[in-house]
Design a protein around this ligand. Structure first.
Ligand SMILES: C[S@@+](CC[C@H](N)C(=O)[O-])C[C@H]1O[C@@H](n2cnc3c(N)ncnc32)[C@H](O)[C@@H]1O
Length: 290
């Protein structure tokens, strides 16, 4: 069963009030978002929003332009139906956050409760971070909530990763400044306690370049490509010849906002992708560095 079918099944086999992550209102998220936005017009995306009532509460303020994204089209229908006529004020996006093509710099505020922790593979997390870097405007805000270090090891039958604030911030890298973190003790509808951690980061003004930097630092070729795919919109034909001509000695520090990337990482990545797909090595980062 692929993950889309899996999540559709989760939401069609029980009511949205029965799932373990159910909250009548996403109070902690709502308070944080309102405080950050401080009444200013803000484009907010709730990533993996599911059937959360966060969107309902955000729509009560005219100043929010809200998008809800989820892998499960079934759960987006639930949320849309619940909102009735108000649903047309929301952009509904069905797809995988690590693969979807989101518009560049489209959001002032990114919110994710209980999605990032499902990304157990480094390449998935790199693609997610690349997506954030691409879709959030420079200087924008990112709120990600996951199970805390002492939280459960599984959610909805799937393995998850658990995070401390520092560990979660590390996943996003130096292009993000950790502004604050907070805990939440969530009680499931079945009465089980689940510790969550919320991190609020601001993406630096040069954050658009961070995706490739984060991935390259991971020393993981697959992560690098996943990140670059997202960063460059999966359409890199124009970069291939330029990259082919460059190769080993590209110094990438410019491309990631002043952080140093070991040329060997770039080269390993390049070589690996080159041999797999001949001229597929691509990169905004490489072509920007001379
Ligand atoms: C644990 S639920 C949390 C829902 C909501 N954020 C809340 O707090 O009520 C995780 C949600 O993420 C969605 N999801 C899982 N993986 C995803 C992915 N790769 N891209 C987008 N959504 C995803 C699921 O369909 C599900 O609705």
């Amino acid at each position: 069963m692929n993950m889309r079918t899996y999540w559709d099944h989760v939401y069609t086999s029980r009511s949205v009030q029965e799932v373990s992550w159910y909250q009548p209102h996403a109070e902690q998220s709502l308070a944080l978002i309102k405080r950050i936005a401080a009444g200013r017009p803000s484009r907010v995306i709730d990533v993996g929003g599911g059937a959360s009532t966060l969107v309902d509460d955000l729509l009560e303020q005219e100043s929010f332009d809200v998008s809800v994204l989820d892998l499960s089209a079934a759960v987006l229908s639930v949320a849309r139906n619940r909102l009735g006529a108000q649903a047309c004020r929301v952009q509904w996006l069905a797809g995988d956050i690590t693969q979807l093509e989101l518009p560049a710099q489209a959001y002032d505020l990114w919110h994710d409760r209980a999605v990032f922790h499902f990304l157990t593979k480094p390449a998935q997390r790199a693609a997610y971070v690349a997506q954030v870097c691409h879709a959030v405007r420079p200087g924008g805000h990112v709120i990600v909530a996951t199970f805390a270090s002492d939280g459960p090891t599984r959610c909805s039958g799937l393995p998850v990763l658990r995070y401390s604030p520092d560990k979660l911030h590390d996943e996003f890298g130096g292009a993000f400044e950790l502004i604050e973190s907070m805990e939440e003790t969530h009680r499931t509808p079945g009465g089980v306690i689940q510790p969550f951690v919320y991190c609020h980061c601001v993406m630096h003004e040069d954050g658009q370049d961070c995706a490739a930097g984060v991935a390259a630092q991971s020393h993981n070729a697959a992560s690098l490509y996943a990140a670059i795919d997202v960063l460059t919109g999966n359409n890199n034909e124009a970069y291939y010849p330029a990259l082919g001509a460059r190769s080993t000695s590209c110094a990438c520090s410019d491309a990631i906002g002043g952080q140093e990337i070991l040329p060997v990482c770039a080269w390993q990545a390049h070589t690996s992708l080159d041999s797999a797909t001949s001229m597929r090595p691509k990169s905004a980062i490489f072509s920007r560095t001379s």
